[in-house]
Design a binder for this molecule. Sequence first.
Ligand SMILES: [Zn+2]
Length: 510
Amino acid sequence: MISPLLALHEEQVNTFKEEFDLEAVAINSAHGGCSKELMDTVVSGHYQIVLLSPEMLLSRRFIDNVLRKPEFGARCLSVFIDEAHCVSHWGASFRKQYGRIGIIRAFLPKAAPIVAVSATLTPRVREDIIQKLQIDPENYLFVNIGNDRPGVAQVVRSMQHPMNTYRDLDFMVDTAMTCPADIPLSFLYTDDTKDGAEIVDHLNARVCEEYRARGLVRPYNASMSREYRETVMRLFKAGIIRILVCTDAAGMGCDIANVDLVVQWKAPANMSSWVQRAGRAGRGRGRKGLAVIAGEAAVAVVEAEEGGEDVAERGRRGWYGGKDDHIEPGAEIPLPEITNNTPGEGLYIYIQSTTCRRAVMGKIFGNETVPAVDPSECCDICNAHLFDRTRPSKPVAAVRQQAPKKGLVVPAVRSALYQWRLDIKKSRYSHTAFASQAILDDDTCEKLASIGPIVSLEMLKQHCTVGWLGLKPQRCQRCRGLSQLYRQPDFWLKPALSQLKPTWLKPMCP
Ligand SMILES: [Zn+2]
């Protein structure tokens, strides 16, 4: 049995032993590879199931000591290849041995059947596997039980805000949360680890202050240490970490029952990748999941057919406010033909579809039947109200309108600022020649005292271009200065400073 998932080998061996009473063994690098002794035991026929990675299978040692032995070939009943789409998807640059598994044919009796299984076999991938595994195209059995997960609702929406703001993901953490469990247990997939790091920061900043330092949102990708990944995965399974911002390093074979939400940031590479990822939601018995693609606006816009009407507003479905959610009856666009050469295995047709997404998916994978799913829980085309669970936050323009206008200077605030800069000067820079104005100049004090409540760090930064933010604070004097200011009861900066506390002041207090 060939499986790419070393992490699951041990679990699978136990299942074979305990549930099926079979002698099974896993041979992989985590178990010290293949010792001479172990290989002899395999050849002797002691094990009924031998689980291994493609790399181990095609290693010189294994070929010479096991595959080349005629007594092994005679005993081998069948070769079973798990996650067989990898034979086609991988191979060129990543885990090359997956594309070469077909070589083992040379060592096996002609009649030994090869069984290749996968949840995502498009017709093109199927043809590729047949060729790579040297399966006789005239003499094989194809069984398709479908890959639709009726318990997972599907939503595709284009981004409304600039991508680098990540505000289209705001629905994942409701700022009105009161406890960690208010955040649905979620996988967020992004193929770009730099985006991933920024998304972690963005979402974590939305977690209520009480829990912000707990790390409810964590990154997970192949570049991280094994210890980190094991710990994070354990905490995620236990529901302590709520959102895993990850690549495919977290996923394949990840059978976690209580994942509610899978979000894909930017369109994935192809349809198979999407179906694999979406299928990780709602796995527990009777559990419902939601799978969301937050795609680039350009990908989601439906191109108008020649002479057809402008359909750009379809790219705005699911945006804040919900104005463009519904597709007018009769405005559906017929599905283009899906062939082996369709880009992304038909992913873009799926994204731009104006008819049930589940049906499109079934067509792409050649599923014979599409399971009956209540339209209210099917997809955003069947029920546009599903968007209500995935909307981005308010458009920027609406936020700007709430920004306070410059008004009269409030003397109490100005005096407090003057006092604050004096205190800082005294406590921290008493031996230096510069005046307290160098910390915060008069104009800035004036401005801050006249613009009303400062609600965000961004806003504070906008108004403090000199002095204050250029200062490189050390130790805690500055924090003390700020916190004294913070204690001024009617001080307008209070909201801004409360915001500053976690994000800005913390690094200053080693
Ligand atoms: Zn549908």
